[in-house]
Design a protein around this ligand. Structure first.
Ligand code: ZN
Length: 385
């Protein structure tokens, strides 16, 4: 999933984009106002950005008024009345003062730096203040330090396959596999991704798709990324027993995650998870499906110019998986970057195909993970009878 050149225009962004980015930051700050000393000031700064877009006398004028507005669809803000992206206009960022699931899987695609004048509070997580491509770039810089493609691939694969775990074990595996850690490495698992049992022992549950600790809300457990849709309830058990999960949604069957002890465990931060690990799960899935005798398949050739290079006999294909929740953001990205590889929608996003085919710039080819895989495997059968 090429991120290096994502949205590479550093020039001024359209006013509606700055407002959406400011509301994402304001919502995060508001949700942390009781625990984070700088949070109210940040919410006030972001209210200022929104007020500047409205002009005098229109829209919310205090952080509390803005927070109230963020409990309703963003498109109800006067300055977003004509927001060109319906996904953005429909987003609700807060519910009972807390961030909604939409913030992590959709709103973060709209995050952007808002200029030096607005300052950068160190406590604000990267996903609220940086573009996705900047987060990826920062993670990849350490990985490409040796200049060897195999080091880069090993490091990126490691991060995708181990977004959480016992820190001692992770450290051992890291040095064994020669992987290079992202600069900020692993962090403590956030409290809202932990379950505390009757003995106050803390546990976490890996998402069955991305392996990052799922969010825990009361006794409900689910990945923050909504396309990873398996949902669970924590089973009532005797105080001494390890917590266990029961599936509560009707999605396709998948192995039930096991509880792991939080003591000594760490995970990658939400920005790395959302923009490296989540898309990486799809990239590795397609790679493994194609990595068969008779198919030469290479991951992230040329350090992230695209995702997969596939060769079957004389035939060569380039695939770049694109996992955007917002079709508008994806079209915008394809327009500014003009991909050289075929754009492939992962299984969770194959429903975007027809909308995307009608909207992509001329000359950009779009397909789905299923179609791409079938094409290559059929070709392999014909080429290697
Ligand atoms: Zn997940």
């Amino acid at each position: 999933m090429n991120g290096a050149t994502d949205d590479h225009q550093f020039g001024p962004m359209p006013p509606w984009r700055a407002v959406v980015a400011a509301t994402v930051r304001a919502a995060y700050a508001w949700s942390k106002r009781h625990e984070q000393p700088g949070a109210m000031r940040e919410a006030a700064r972001m209210t200022g950005v929104v007020m500047a877009a409205h002009g005098p006398g229109k829209g919310p004028v205090t952080p509390a008024e803005l927070a109230e507005a963020l409990h309703r669809p963003l498109g109800e803000l006067p300055c977003l009345k004509d927001c060109p992206e319906t996904e953005a206009a429909e987003m609700i960022l807060l519910e009972n003062g807390q961030l909604t699931a939409a913030v992590y899987d959709l709103a973060c695609e709209y995050s952007a730096p808002l200029g030096e004048a607005i300052g950068r509070a160190a406590w604000l997580p990267t996903w609220t203040r940086m573009r996705a491509d900047q987060i990826r770039q920062e993670a990849y810089t350490a990985m490409i330090a040796t200049g060897r493609q195999e080091d880069y691939v090993a490091s990126r694969k490691f991060l995708i396959e181990h977004p959480a775990g016992q820190f001692d074990t992770l450290r051992e595996q890291l040095s064994k596999e020669g992987a290079r850690l992202a600069p900020y490495g692993y962090e403590e698992i956030p409290e809202d991704q932990l379950h505390r049992d009757q003995n106050s022992q803390a546990w976490w549950f890996p998402c069955p798709v991305c392996r990052w600790p799922m969010a825990v809300t009361g006794d409900l457990v689910r990945c923050r990324y909504r396309p990873h849709s398996a949902s669970y309830r924590i089973r009532r058990r005797p105080a001494s027993a390890r917590p266990a999960l029961d599936r509560v949604d009707a999605g396709p069957r998948i192995a039930t995650p096991k509880a792991a002890l939080a003591a000594g465990a760490r995970c990658v931060n939400a920005g790395i998870w959302r923009f490296v690990v989540v898309p990486g799960a799809a990239e590795l899935r397609l790679y493994r499906a194609l990595d068969k005798p008779g198919v030469e398949v290479q991951l992230w050739p040329g350090a992230d110019s695209y995702d997969l290079h596939v060769k079957v006999g004389r035939h060569e294909y380039k695939a770049d998986l694109k996992e955007y929740q917002s079709i508008g953001r994806l079209v915008d990205h394809l327009t500014t970057t003009r991909p050289t590889a075929e754009v492939v929608l992962p299984v969770t996003h194959e429903h975007q195909l027809s909308a995307l085919e009608n909207a992509v710039p001329h000359g950009v080819r779009v397909t789905t993970e299923t179609r791409f895989r079938t094409r290559i495997l059929n070709l392999r059968r014909r080429t290697n009878p």
